[in-house]
Design a protein around this ligand. Sequence first.
Ligand code: CAO
Length: 423
Amino acid sequence: MKALDGIKVLDFTHVQSGPTCTQLLAWFGADVIKVERPGVGDATRQQLVDVPGADSLYFTMLNHNKRSIELNSKNETGKAVLTRLIEECDVLVENFAPGALDRMGFSWERIQEINPRIIMASIKGFGPGKYQDCKVYENVAQCAGGSASTTGFLDGPPLVTGAQIGDSGTGLHLCLGIVTALFQREKSGRGQKVSAAMQDAVLNLARVKMRDQQRLAAGPLKEYSQFGEGIPFTDATPRAGNDSGGGQPGRILKCKGWETDPNAYTYFIIQAAVWEKVCDLIGEPDWKTADGYKSPPERLDKLNQIFERIEEWTMTKTKFEVMDVCNPLDIPVGPILSMKEIAEDDGLYATGTMVKVDHPERGEYLSVGCPIKLSDSPVEVERSPLLGEHTAEILSQVLGYSDDEIQDIVASGAVGELKAAAE
Ligand code: CAO
């Protein structure tokens, strides 16, 4: 038994943001039915292709545990089938460009008419307002949500991050909204509309930078390195390089081998509680009691000097040796791990955080498993569906069409050619 057993999701999502959300719902046990344009499907199937003729990793890693139906939602018979799907499903998730669903004839009002219990969940780039009609991709959201202006070094341009906080971050937010709406439906008996804008999700994840924006009114941000460097603050939260975002100063420091290995670095935090242990470790025992060093506020204007001294020590160790020495002392440190190192970490496969998946077109590939572990609802990662692989079984088993009716639907051009399920 899985947490969302019995919940049917009409998955009208594409690219990354929406599929991230519906993949989580599938992992939690929902029956996720991905609706794709006949012969075309989700555009990511054919983007960033590494194995010619096979679905790309972009697609396969975002669409595990789903079923795929090919359906033309602009064809009259296709609209009738879609109406039946809306009747049958508990949740409809979509991330089309603004207005696309309305243009198909499926406004929220119409969807509610068809099924008052349905939860309709939408991702758009922006919420209501002057940018509501814009199409938006990941990096636009990172920029508009305040993340880019606060990422990077003070003397460089704004930077986007590798973590897909705009797409996958918004998908996570939407997923929580859907599960919350399902919970409320238990009492109200009604569905509702759940909306998550990518700008809002990024801003939520960059919340601490809005905290700092307001703290500027009370004077310079003393935890930022620029304070110790004597560089004046402007009226907006600046970029802070690798400074810790919180009250415990931290930096990325070089480790043994940094000259040739771009990831031979560690993150090192001088948490106040372990300051004395840090001083002993780096051979500066006097700093435990010296004026200007003994308390956290005294150290704020000399963090660069302190971290340079710590770096002299970390450069004598590999990033893993730094972990081995510091962990028993409760000094918080973390190695900068490359994707290669993560892909080779057996411990992550043991927990299901990394998985190996078989695929009929591409063979075995690595994927990231479910990062949320439920003790009573374990996740088994299954491969993504081929385009239209489940059209026939969804028409017959979920929607109850007879063989003759299915032949008529195929003849109308509303669905692609029926395929036998692949192994
Ligand atoms: N049958 C028939 N038509 C279909 C269909 C189906 N099964 N599925 C989609 N379509 C149609 C849509 O109705 C739309 O047609 P119209 O423009 O005539 O109304 C058309 O396909 C294209 O949809 P789209 O505008 O959503 O797609 P796009 O590639 O042009 O834009 C994106 C992509 C992501 C920019 C846009 O969907 C968007 O802004 N989404 C919201 C924000 C978002 O999620 N962005 C993150 C994406 S992940 O990086």
